[in-house]
Design a protein around this ligand. Sequence first.
Ligand SMILES: NC(=O)c1ccc[n+]([C@@H]2O[C@H](COP(=O)([O-])OP(=O)(O)OC[C@H]3O[C@@H](n4cnc5c(N)ncnc54)[C@H](O)[C@@H]3O)[C@@H](O)[C@H]2O)c1
Length: 243
Amino acid sequence: MKLLEGKVCLITGTAAHHSIGAATARLFAAHGAQLVLADISAAPEARSDLLTLACDVTRPEDCSAAVATGVETFGRIDAVVHCAGIVEASGLLDIGADDFDRMVAVNLKGSFNLCQAVLPQMVKQGSGAIALLASLAAQRGGGLVGGAHYAAAKGGVLSLARTIAREFGPNGVRANAICPGMTRTGMIDGVADEDINRIAAEIPLRRLGTPEDVAGACLFLASDLSAFVNGVTLDVNGGFHIH
Ligand SMILES: NC(=O)c1ccc[n+]([C@@H]2O[C@H](COP(=O)([O-])OP(=O)(O)OC[C@H]3O[C@@H](n4cnc5c(N)ncnc54)[C@H](O)[C@@H]3O)[C@@H](O)[C@H]2O)c1
């Protein structure tokens, strides 16, 4: 069964090869979605069922342009999955003001910019589903990879998703957050094998997540399978953080 037939889905953070966004785009395409893919490093491309756009989510005008072009091309935006993000491993005392600003600008303000750009369209449609990628770092007090600035920005993303769920639920718009645990993408490239093995041994399912694991959660939240799911935080961590 194709879960996204007839739906237009905007996904950010899709350019990096092994990213969660790229896996989500593949899964959504297999489920029949028309896709608008937006990434700071994207090479623009247009096909009948796919539009790829360069978009820096820290720039409100880029987010508005991505939404406007998507609507011009496909007529509507049914779902947004916001995967664009950056991480940095630093102790709190080593985080400079610029580091903090950059982490918040991409991870938190980028989420806000994208939501602010797409919500008027979803309100007009009377429907929409938004899934924001947060992180286990927001829940456990710091990341295995990300520092305090990353964890704090992702905590803000959880609050943003909940606020949208409450404010725009009456308009038929759902918003939810996803908290992946450590997932095998370019984001963990710098982590030593022995650290990865140690962490995997502590996860009840005894492995790290894959981009496809997280894409499955994105599919659930973007599709009508989750029609009455609004304001939740969906953990995708193999049971590493059970609460
Ligand atoms: N990989 C993990 O272990 C992990 C764990 C928890 C949460 N997450 C979150 O999941 C999301 C996806 O992460 P990933 O592992 O796929 O990362 P990734 O580094 O593989 O991909 C991130 C993508 O975001 C894009 N991007 C970066 N800055 C951007 C900007 N300003 N505007 C537009 N695009 C931008 C990059 O070009 C890249 O394609 C992120 O929000 C990340 O914080 C990842």
